[in-house]
Write a protein that binds this ligand. Structure first.
Ligand SMILES: [Zn+2]
Length: 213
C-alpha cells in the first residue's frame, strides 16, 4: 500500500434528531457498521430504552438494519484530512415515531439466560450500568411456546425467586443456582437458568399458575 492510498478512508455521516454522527474507517463495511451502532444508541437514548448489545443479531436483524439505514447518508471514500462536508453525503433528516423505535429495538429476541441477574436485571453489556430491570418491559415469547406463527410480546408483571418453585434445573437436572429468577407475564413463565444458560418457557396454564395469583 502506498502513502496515497493509506490516506484515503471511508467516511459516513448520519443524523438522528439534530445530532450529526460521523464515522470513518479504512474499510467501508466497518464505517457503516459503526455508524449503524451509533444511530441505534442515539435512537435508544432518545426514546428511553436501553441499547441492546448485539441488536443486529437474530431474526429482527433485517427490519432493524433497514430502519437504521434510513438515517445514514452515503459512505464516501475521502482523503483522511479532508474536512467533513455534510452536503456531499446526502444525509437524510429522518423522521421517526418513538413507539416505532421502541417496538423495533426492544424485542428481547436475543436475550440469553446468563444475562439475567438475581435482582431481575437484564445485562446487555459488560459495564455495571449496562443493564435494565425486566419488570415492566415487554419481552418476546418464542413461537415454540405460543404455538402461533410469529413471536408474541408480553409485559413482565412479576419477578419471583425460582429456588422455591423447583427442585432442580429442568434441563441439566442440577441444583437450581442461587439467585435464579422466574420471569412472570400474564400467560407465560420464563426460567433463565445460569447453570446451563437455557431459557425455559412455560405456559401459565401448564402449571406455576396458582403460585402467582
Ligand atoms: Zn441447568
Amino acid at each position: 500500500m502506498n502513502d496515497y492510498s493509506e490516506k484515503k478512508i471511508w467516511r459516513i455521516v448520519a443524523r438522528v434528531d439534530d445530532e450529526i454522527i460521523i464515522k470513518e474507517s479504512m474499510r467501508k463495511e466497518r464505517a457503516i457498521r459503526s455508524a449503524r451502532n451509533a444511530v441505534v444508541q442515539k435512537l435508544c437514548t432518545s426514546v428511553n430504552i436501553n441499547y441492546e448489545y448485539g441488536w443486529w443479531k437474530g431474526r429482527a436483524r433485517l427490519p432493524r438494519v433497514s430502519f437504521v439505514d434510513l438515517f445514514l447518508g452515503d459512505a464516501l471514500l475521502v482523503m483522511k484530512d479532508d474536512d467533513v462536508d455534510i452536503g456531499v453525503h446526502n444525509v437524510p433528516n429522518q423522521f421517526y415515531l418513538v413507539d416505532d423505535v421502541r417496538a423495533i429495538f426492544f424485542s428481547g429476541d436475543s436475550m440469553i439466560a446468563e444475562n439475567f441477574d438475581s435482582f431481575g436485571y437484564y445485562h446487555y453489556g459488560e459495564g455495571d450500568s449496562e443493564k435494565f430491570p425486566v419488570l415492566g418491559r415487554k419481552i418476546t415469547v418464542p413461537s415454540t411456546i405460543t404455538g402461533t406463527k410469529g413471536y408474541e410480546k408480553e409485559e413482565v408483571i412479576a419477578i419471583c425467586d425460582a429456588e422455591d418453585l423447583l427442585d432442580c434445573c429442568p434441563n441439566c437436572k442440577g441444583e437450581v443456582p442461587f439467585g435464579t429468577i422466574m420471569v412472570v407475564t400474564e400467560n407465560y413463565r420464563l426460567l433463565p437458568t445460569n447453570c446451563c444458560n437455557k431459557m425455559h418457557w412455560y405456559r401459565a396454564s401448564d402449571g406455576f399458575g396458582e403460585e402467582w395469583a
